[in-house]
Design a protein around this ligand. Structure first.
Ligand code: SF4
Ligand code: NI
Ligand code: NI
Length: 733
């Protein structure tokens, strides 16, 4: 129980640090000066989630500090035996409040110590708090299981080599690695940076901050997952903590000497159900009445520390073994291979390259056969180029041609998961690089085949019985087969164009997000992609055939109630049943009346602007203000959680290009404002659609953006001057 005493001492120290910092800030800026973590609708998330207090000004921190002090048990005598963990848990919570006060005040410094980006910039590796865009993007990985959880690492490993090994092992297990604090002035993130390891959210190696108080960013992330995906109300601390204990699989790894302030963080994490695993000798405590597993495990050797942590936290991680000479897993997906680091590249408009899945007859596919036709990568000088054609022939009794693009689009992930191998694009615009390090480790062209074989066989086991991979690097052959591939792509596109909501008798549901948003149901239509942008009707259909008991189910289209607005009896019934009776009816083609609900994963949000008689659409990457008076983050808080909010709707970006895009509200002609970058990104499809709708290609230039203004008053004159069609359409109400 010595740890309890140490945690309490550490908590006292951190709370007084917070008191000092707050006093200084009050003197310097005054109580009304705004204070916030960047780009978030969750204020200081641990404080907000646990107490319900929304800290917006420095003065708002005063009552929080009071609460922290009230939670602090009296400072114990050295080596005092405490009978249970209660006071230590309180001390841990007080520590987290104090941490957040200290960290938030750092953002008032000019410049702030953090990059506020998703990867290090200009030699500063410390990223600070994740903004809501990062949270939502990464949060969905916790939802769909691509990320089973996170490891919060405090301190540093005894050597850089050990630091790299631990990081790689966690990456291979697909866990996020949140790093903070230091041991003897050194932090694990710095060790990784010295070894040239790529840091940032994309590689799942996230350097939060060097101060011990930056550990709170991990718990803030966990709290926000509960608030945003779990629909837990701020201030409902029991549910915030229980949600984390039951659904967010996280743990703390303490490397190096654990001082009082680190104990205090560990105690804070135990509140969330996150145990601490240490490489040094720290006293074991087994409190009664709190929970059933160990909270602190000490003296774990470095080669066992990851597996021990996973075991203690009760995590089940299944990894498909892929026979390649480099590390393999989703954490390596975000890694880039820069020009200077590459051994060889393929495609990228420099050499011909493509990938293709072909459905074949049984006798045409020899299962497991992998063949390379043409020179291998050791025949080119370092930094060289080769053509590449990847042809995957599949056979399965339940295979359908419609699944080909679904499988083919997975290549991007499958290939990227290999460490030191980078893949971009699809079809005949792929661009692939193999790094010098991967080449040195023995990665060769045939390993593309090994990867695709292993992954396709495991992920599509229900529809595919045989897989054969042929990889061409011979230019003549690549060119010839690319012609065949292009014909296949054209056939698919023609088929996709034919697909319409009218042409099918079945829609598909997606309830993947229910693990985090329990009443949310997405209905995916041929002409409406799921709001996360990742699930099309074909994807959902394929997913259903692949796993009939999964979260994509057929929804028959029967008993039309309103054809124009898109309402069917059978769909209503399905949604009612699967939303636990919270949603009774849905119109697919309007946002004004019984619109589809949103979970939290939407790529963009559409909102009515009554003054402009139209809608604005904001994408999640856009951090600024919008004409509805709210940023994306604030909007997200009111749109998500599986509730119907007329006039507000989460959408996938591709939905903008759909012929059914809010048809009953007037369609594309109603779009009056979009962020500039988003508009440019969508320009080609928007122009095409505008032309089809008879609005003219220049309609896109009639849509206002932030350079025109971010209030309805600011954009109205622009819309009038351009003669925007929304202004003369029927009133929306
Ligand atoms: Fe979640 Fe809907 Fe996307 Fe499915 S389609 S993953 S429910 S947002
Ligand atoms: Ni416990
Ligand atoms: Ni979702």
């Amino acid at each position: 129980r010595i740890i309890a005493a140490a945690a309490i001492r550490g908590a006292h120290r951190i709370v007084s640090r917070a008191e000092e910092a707050l006093k200084e800030a009050l003197a310097k800026y005054g109580p009304d000066h705004p204070v916030a973590f960047p780009n978030t609708g969750y204020y200081l998330p641990v404080i907000y989630g646990i107490t319900g207090i929304a800290v917006e000004k420095i003065g708002d921190m005063i009552p929080v500090l009071e609460q922290a002090k009230a939670l602090l048990p009296p400072e114990p005598e050295p080596r005092l035996w405490l009978p249970y963990l209660g006071p230590a848990l309180d001390a841990g919570m007080a520590t987290l409040f104090a941490d957040e006060i200290i960290e938030a005040l750092k953002y008032l410094e000019d410049p702030p110590p953090y990059t506020m980006t998703s990867a290090p910039v200009n030699g500063n590796i410390w990223l600070g708090a994740a903004d809501d865009a990062i949270l939502r993007k990464r949060g969905i990985e916790f939802v769909d299981g691509t990320a089973p959880g996170f490891a919060a690492i405090i301190g540093a490993a005894p050597t850089n080599e050990i630091a790299v090994r631990i990081a790689r092992e966690l990456q291979e297990k697909s866990l996020y690695v949140f790093m903070s604090a230091s041991t003897d002035g050194k932090s694990m993130a710095e060790q990784l940076a010295e070894e040239g390891v790529e840091l940032g959210w994309d590689t799942r190696l996230v350097p939060f901050g060097k101060d011990i108080t930056a550990t709170v960013f991990s718990l803030g992330f966990a709290t926000r997952v509960a608030l945003s995906f779990g629909n837990v109300k701020p201030g409902d601390f029991r549910r915030v903590l229980l949600y984390n204990k039951n659904r967010v699989f996280a743990f703390v790894i303490a490397l190096g000497h654990v001082d009082d302030e680190k104990y205090a963080q560990a105690a804070g994490a135990i509140n969330f159900g996150f145990p601490t695993i240490a490489d040094t000798d720290i006293p074991q405590i087994l409190p009664y009445g709190v929970c059933t597993y160990e909270h602190v495990v000490s003296n774990v050797p470095h080669d066992k520390i990851v597996s021990r942590a996973i075991e203690v936290r009760g995590l089940k991680i299944t990894v498909t073994k892929v026979p390649v000479p480099v590390a393999y897993g989703p954490a390596f997906e975000g890694e880039s291979v820069r020009k200077g680091d590459m051994h060889v590249e393929f495609g990228g408009q420099r050499t011909p390259a493509f990938e293709l899945v072909r459905t074949r007859e049984a006798h045409e596919v020899e299962d497991g056969k992998i063949e390379v036709i043409g020179p291998d990568v050791d025949s080119v000088p370092e930094g060289g180029r080769l053509p590449l054609g990847i042809v995957v022939d599949v056979y399965g009794r339940k295979m359908q041609e419609d699944f080909e693009p679904v499988i083919e689009r997975r290549f991007h992930y499958f290939i990227n998961y290999a460490q030191g191998v980078w893949h971009m694009g699809q079809r005949d615009i792929i661009w692939v690089r193999i790094s010098k390090a991967a080449f040195k480790a023995g990665f060769r062209v045939r390993h593309f085949g090994d990867i695709l074989y292993a992954k396709i066989k495991s992920e599509f086991a229900n529809v595919i019985d045989r897989v054969q991979v042929t990889i061409y690097t011979d230019e003549e052959k690549v060119l010839a087969l690319r012609e065949e591939a292009r014909q296949a792509y054209a056939r698919r596109d023609a088929r996709l164009k034919e697909l319409s909501d009218e042409a099918v008798d079945t829609f598909y549901s997606c309830t993947l997000c229910q693990t985090f948003a329990p009443t949310h149901v997405c209905i995916v239509l041929p002409e409406r992609v799921g709001l996360c942008g990742a699930v099309s009707w074909l994807d959902a259909k394929a997913a259903y055939e692949i796993n009939p008991h999964g979260c994509n189910q057929p929804v028959p289209k029967k008993g039309v109630i309103d054809e124009w607005k898109g309402q069917w009896e059978s769909c209503n019934q399905f949604i009612y049943e699967h939303s636990r009776g919270t949603i009774e009816r849905v119109n697919f083609y309007t946002i004004m009346e019984y619109p589809l609900t949103s979970c939290g994963c939407f790529e963009a949000i559409m909102v009515i602007l009554p003054e402009c008689n139209g809608f604005m659409i904001v994408n999640r990457e856009y951090p600024g203000m919008t004409p509805c008076g709210m940023t994306f983050s604030t909007l997200a808080g009111s749109v998500g959680g599986g509730v119907q909010t007329p006039g507000f709707m989460g959408i996938g970006k591709a939905y903008l290009a759909s012929k059914k895009f809010v048809r009953a509200d007037g369609g594309l002609a109603r779009v009056v404002w979009m962020p500039k970058e988003f508009k440019e990104q969508m320009r080609p499809v928007l122009e095409e659609r505008a032309e089809e709708e008879g609005l003219g290609r220049d309609f896109v230039d009639k849509i206002a953006d932030e350079t025109v203004g971010v209030t309805a008053e600011e954009i109205l004159p622009f819309l009038e001057e351009k003669g925007h069609p929304a202004l003369t359409m029927d009133p929306l109400f």
